[in-house]
Write a protein that binds this ligand. Structure first.
Ligand SMILES: *Cc1c(COP(=O)(O)O)cnc(C)c1O
Length: 339
């Protein structure tokens, strides 16, 4: 059945490369690990959010908006990407950030400020309690100033944004055909659920053999089972597609959140350092590094298939970006680096 695709802007550098991590795979002795380089979707705009925001901004512009408001953690990659794209498109941008105002800007917030976004720092407790009211009041302020703002949900994860990863699934299918591989799993860090919703739905719609698996970096499996379904039903309502939700297999590997969102233990930093040394690839402690550390741990426990001659089994990890967040973790990095 044909699905009506909504309009999208062309902002990301696509398609991204799919590269095999041979030295790491050999060292682990498990399946061949492929990396989908969504950390290369742009320079300052790199990471997974730009795939979703291509659809979100198209929708906002089609609705006549001239400003965007969004929210996230202080080191939100989503907020940074939104700020830069808003600048590129000539829209005003308000960012509601969870946490006290820091003494000096670090990592993503440097780029937020450079892009001219207005930063509103909200203490964590108040943010958790009143986020919707805070967003509404920012919206009203802009409306009173004669603007027409669009509020983008956390991570641009909704029925509009997930189109970015429905398309990414199709892109992966083309990668697999070209490379003549049939990966058993597509794994990625899951945080606000949209990447997982898009990939799961995309793999289903494009009849892919691979199982999509999110490794959560916050909350727990039950949260993501609900959130991913919510994003997909929002998509379904918008697209009028007769989807049987029961047929979707939503898989989450829980157990690698550690002390909480944005908090990473030694093992995560060791994994980041190991991958940088072995393959020249940089992960981040909040998302990609935390999830990749989970993946490596699972491989060591024999969870995924093993390489045996030509019939090697392949798995894919989607590198969702996040490099700027690394620069907000100097102390933890120093403690594991020999300098
Ligand atoms: C936001 C983000 C994720 C999680 O994606 P969701 O769609 O929010 O689940 C993963 N990695 C990075 C680097 C991110 O910024």
């Amino acid at each position: 059945m044909q699905i009506n695709k909504p309009s999208k802007l062309s902002l990301a550098q696509l398609p991204t490369p799919l590269q095999s991590l041979d030295r790491l795979s050999d060292k682990l002795g498990g399946p061949r690990i492929w990396l989908k380089r969504d950390d290369l979707t742009g320079s300052a705009t790199s990471g997974n959010k730009i795939r979703k925001l291509e659809f979100t901004f198209a929708h906002a512009l089609n609705s006549g908006c001239d400003a965007v408001i969004t929210c996230g953690g202080i080191q939100s990659n989503h907020c940074r990407t939104t700020a830069l794209l808003a600048a590129q498109l000539g829209l005003r941008c308000i960012l509601v950030l969870r946490g006290e105002k820091p003494n000096t800007l670090q990592g993503n917030t440097v780029l937020d400020a450079l892009a001219g976004a207005e930063l509103k720092f909200i203490p964590a407790k108040e943010y958790q309690k009143n986020l919707n009211q805070i967003l509404e009041s920012e919206q009203q302020k802009l409306e009173q100033a004669g603007l027409n703002p669009w509020v983008i949900p956390t991570g641009a994860s909704d029925g509009i944004g997930i189109w970015g990863y429905i398309n990414a699934a199709e892109e992966l299918k083309q990668d697999f055909d070209r490379l003549n591989i049939q990966p058993s799993h597509i794994l990625h860090a899951t945080g606000s659920g949209g990447t997982q919703a898009g990939l799961t739905l995309g793999a289903y719609l494009h009849k892919m053999q691979s199982q999509v698996v999110g490794i959560n970096v916050c909350d727990d499996e039950a949260y993501f089972q609900t959130k991913v379904r919510e994003d997909i039903s929002d998509w379904q309502q918008r697209s009028d597609y007769p989807l049987n939700m029961e047929e979707l297999d939503i898989q989450v590997i829980d157990g690698y959140v550690g002390a909480g969102y944005g908090k990473a233990d030694q093992a995560v930093f060791q994994t980041i350092s190991e991958l940088a040394k072995l393959e020249g690839v940089i992960l981040d402690p909040v998302y990609s590094g935390k999830a990749f550390n989970g993946l490596i741990t699972e491989i060591k426990q024999g969870r995924f298939g093993h390489v045996s001659g030509k019939s090697s089994s392949d798995i894919v990890f989607v590198h969702t970006g996040g490099i700027f967040g690394l620069y907000a973790y100097q102390q933890q990095l120093h403690s594991i680096l020999d300098i």
